[in-house]
Design a protein around this ligand. Structure first.
Ligand code: MN
Length: 322
């Protein structure tokens, strides 16, 4: 059977200069896997440029970087570009996308529907993170998982698996975490650095959004609205709403949690969460949206109160409550 980690590691050894890129608006996996790749190339004595169209977000300021993360591309592109955690070519950002013919792409990813847009492709949807794939590369190259390299791999895998709680968590990823921990990672410190990143503005937003939760149908449905008014009042953006819905869904009585985020006049983006057999993908589909059985979303064009009532009616019908 072909070993893609071996194939890619041979390629890394045979070349001298690389561009490392990951998706714009980077998350923990995009930053962690890109920096881990940089540490590997440093170990191999290779030259590389670390690039991200959005740059390094402040919240990753604690990461032990293998070099500066630049936001502009070199005048002359290296022969090879390693593209990480991009589910499609356009995720690398328009700047790199428009110059991708000046380089050859090593596409390492774990998203469904990647489309193998690289010259070399290693796409494995069973991997919980690109970071865990970079760990396999390090293994292949006999580079020990300690120090900054291990920190970056942990960041990637821990964030993409929700700290090893999502269904994507594999036995191998837990073994990888164990190996990194054995190698000396300060797990409490890095987990704290990953999560302790809230602004006061975000706290105020969450307070207001939680305060606005309304319960329907014997408290089995929870809905909260996130209006532009709240964003303005608290000085926040939609980025600060990430994960709110999962906390609303923690209410013991709730089977479906919903948020309605204002996108424009009488236009709301909704998100739905459920657990087990309660299928919110079907509910989202009724509004032309989509997603998964327990996490879905879409858009409703209606004034807020009307949008809420439409949701309650469809959810109630779907759960057999009305
Ligand atoms: Mn990822």
């Amino acid at each position: 059977m072909e070993n893609p980690a071996k194939r890619i590691s041979e390629l890394l050894k045979s070349q001298d200069d690389f561009l490392i890129a990951s998706h714009y608006n980077p998350d923990g996996d995009a930053i962690g896997s890109a920096c881990a790749m940089g540490h590997i190339l440093t170990h191999l004595g290779k030259r590389f440029t670390l690039y991200n169209q959005s740059g390094l977000p402040d919240r990753y300021g604690y990461v032990e970087m293998p070099g500066l993360m630049v936001t502009s591309l070199p005048e002359t592109m290296p022969k090879w570009t390693i593209v990480l955690d991009c589910g499609a070519a356009d995720r690398m950002g328009d700047a790199l996308l428009s110059r991708k013919d000046e380089t050859r792409i090593i596409n390492i990813d774990h998203h469904l529907g990647n489309g193998d847009f690289g010259t070399e492709n290693w796409v494995d949807v069973n991997e919980p993170a690109v970071g865990s794939m970079i760990a396999l590369l390090a293994k292949e190259l006999n580079i020990p998982l300690v120090g900054p390299l291990a920190q970056c791999i942990y960041l990637a895998v821990a964030t993409d698996t929700g700290f090893f709680t999502y269904g994507s968590t594999t036995p191998e990823s837990l073994e990888l975490a164990a190996e990194i921990l054995r190698g000396g990672l300060d797990i409490a410190h890095i987990n704290m650095m990953v999560t302790k990143q809230w602004s006061e503005e975000r706290l105020r937003l969450w307070t207001e959004v939680m305060d606005n939760v309304e319960l329907y149908l014997d408290k089995q449905v929870a809905i909260t609205a996130i209006t532009n008014d709240i964003f303005e009042r608290t000085g926040t953006t939609s980025e600060d709403t990430e994960n709110i819905i999962n906390f609303v869904n923690r209410l013991r009585t709730v089977r479906v949690a919903a948020t309605l985020r204002e996108e424009g006049p009488d236009r709301y983006k909704f998100s739905l969460r459920s657990y087990g057999d309660d299928n919110v993908q079907e509910i989202a589909a009724r509004f032309g949206g989509g997603g998964h059985r327990n996490a879905s979303g879409g858009t409703i064009e209606a004034p807020l109160e009307e949008a809420k009532m439409m949701l309650v009616e469809i959810i109630g019908g779907s759960l057999g409550l009305s």
